[in-house]
Write a protein that binds this ligand. Structure first.
Ligand SMILES: [Zn+2]
Length: 165
């Protein structure tokens, strides 16, 4: 017969119970066990098999999360190197800034500012330049916005609404 010692009263006993007494896990005799709470067999959480329902819910959440957190917008924006594209295309045609400005019915100072990237052409000028020079000045951009950042997101949304009108 194997005798074990109750960790609480020190009695030699044949049987000990694992209990928690005031947060301490002890192996005690059945008498002392009354003072504590029977320890449950604890399985570390990550090893515990998850119920299938919980797994499915989690998967569903994972699938829906990107839509909830990130909004993607397709929009058109002027290319970053518009100034260069306009200048190169104009030079290829052999036109001076003044000549091109006259053709698109804009002031040469405006065209000069656009070609030196000091000014972004508005929609009307973009359209005229694209047509006259046979170039592309707009590109589709994919904008990813996190709605949680409400200040920035709402500004972006407002801008987009404006653009779509
Ligand atoms: Zn005891």
């Amino acid at each position: 017969m194997i005798l074990m010692i109750c960790e609480m009263c020190g009695k030699n006993v044949t049987f000990v119970r694992k209990v928690t007494i005031e947060g301490v896990s002890l192996e005690v005799c059945s008498e002392c066990a009354k003072f504590g709470v029977e320890s449950k067999k604890e399985v570390p959480k990550e090893q515990a098999p998850r119920p299938i329902i919980a797994q499915r819910l989690e998967n569903r959440e994972k699938r829906s999360r990107p839509r909830d957190v990130l909004e993607k917008f397709d929009k058109e924006d002027i290319v970053e190197d518009f100034a260069q594209r306009i200048r190169i295309a104009r030079e290829r045609t052999g036109m001076s800034q003044k000549e091109l400005a006259m053709k698109i019915n804009e002031r040469v100072t405006i065209l000069s500012k656009i070609e030196s990237a000091q000014m972004r052409p508005d929609e009307k000028i973009i359209a005229k330049l694209q047509k006259e020079l046979g170039i592309v000045l707009k590109e589709r951009v994919l904008e990813v916005v996190a709605p949680k950042e409400s200040a920035r997101a709402s500004l972006t949304l407002a801008d987009l609404i404006k653009m779509q009108k």
